[in-house]
Design a protein around this ligand. Structure first.
Ligand code: NAD
Length: 310
């Protein structure tokens, strides 16, 4: 499997660190407008391959022609936040970046699965769809997968259990309007309130958990100037699902067509992910309040889409 990473900044570089260890990956191509940075990262990684359990993947720093025939292309290229900004402030500049990139990606890898990471991620994915012929099943945003990972961790810290025993999502969009549909969240098969009641735990303050989930990314950013570990692990999780044709359910941003009362907006909902990308968009029956929150996400995204010229 050939994977190309466009944008070798903090996120792209961290992701390559995962990819060199995935045995399904035989070739990794790194592209960045700062060509020397991409080359240096690839050289550095090449010096890890004597010691890791990877199958000696071909490591290339190049330009778009070298990405030809990629099975997966991950796009992390673009402007990064400055302290005090929100992800939304990047919309116009990163819409311009993706318009510049996506045609070249498609020219060399028309059959690829494209994963958008550049923020604001759901809007940028929709711009990419608008300016390419990729079907919505093969071009998705990382969406709220990282928020969902944060949610599972924060809830598990409250309950003092492994986050993998929490089942739940943040849905809607990767911004302050993302929301937690508690009606489809469970802990070891029990809804959260029942779990706490039966197991001697203090009831969960759901509003506080949501706020903590939404705030923590910016808190990390304000302390270290980026967030890269959780998003790289999240994107790698999607790539594993594709590489092994797992049919795993993950919350990613996908163009909705008359689902969840939304038409023609990329939003994060649970999707079955496998070799062909999004194999199925799952349907859930939200409560009235959850549906209201989902539509608040949609309204937020539509405002950004207008700024992005979509
Ligand atoms: N979706 C998420 O959950 C999530 C999480 C973290 C970061 N992000 C986003 O991912 C993006 C990258 O973050 P980062 O921390 O790696 O930023 P970074 O500044 O470290 O890296 C961005 C890289 O993109 C390159 N670049 C810029 N324009 C380019 C172009 N036209 N062609 C090729 N390369 C180009 C830059 O040279 C740089 O190396 C940002 O938009 C950030 O907001 C998203």
């Amino acid at each position: 499997m050939k994977v190309s990473v466009i944008g070798m900044g903090a996120v792209g570089t961290e992701l390559v660190g995962y990819l060199v260890n995935l045995s399904e990956v035989s070739e990794i191509v790194a592209v960045d407008k700062a060509r020397e940075k991409a080359e240096a990262e690839i050289w550095d990684y090449s010096h890890t391959t004597s010691f890791i359990y990877a199958k000696n993947p071909l490591l290339v720093a190049g330009d778009y022609p070298e990405t030809e025939g990629s099975d997966i292309v991950v796009i992390t290229a673009g402007a990064q936040l400055q302290r005090g900004q929100t992800r939304d402030t990047l919309v116009e500049i990163n819409a311009e970046v993706i318009r510049d990139i996506i045609g070249r990606v498609e020219r060399y890898s028309p059959q690829a699965i494209v994963l958008i990471v550049t923020n604001p991620v759901d809007v940028i994915a929709q711009v990419a769809l608008r300016h390419s012929s990729y079907p919505r099943t093969r071009l998705m945003s990382a969406g709220t997968i990282v928020d969902s990972a944060r949610f599972m961790r924060i809830l598990s810290d409250h309950l003092k259990i492994d986050p993998k025993n929490i089942f739940g999502y943040v849905l809607g969009d990767h911004s302050a309007t993302g929301f937690i549909p508690w009606s489809i969240c469970n802990v070891c098969g029990l809804d959260v309130d029942t779990y706490c009641r039966l197991n001697g735990e203090v009831p969960i303050d759901k509003a506080a958990v949501r706020q903590a989930v939404l705030d923590v990314g910016l808190d990390i950013f304000n302390r270290k100037g980026n967030t890269n570990h959780a998003i790289a692990a999240s994107v790698f999780r999607i790539i594993r699902a594709v590489a092994s044709n797992e049919h795993s359910v993950l919350p990613v941003g996908v163009l909705l067509k008359d689902q969840y009362e939304v038409d023609d907006v990329v939003m994060s909902v649970p999707c079955v992910i496998g070799r062909d990308g999004v194999q199925k968009i799952l349907n859930y029956q939200f409560t009235r309040q959850e549906q209201h929150e989902f539509l608040a996400s949609e309204a937020h995204l539509r405002k950004l889409l207008a700024l992005a010229g979509v």
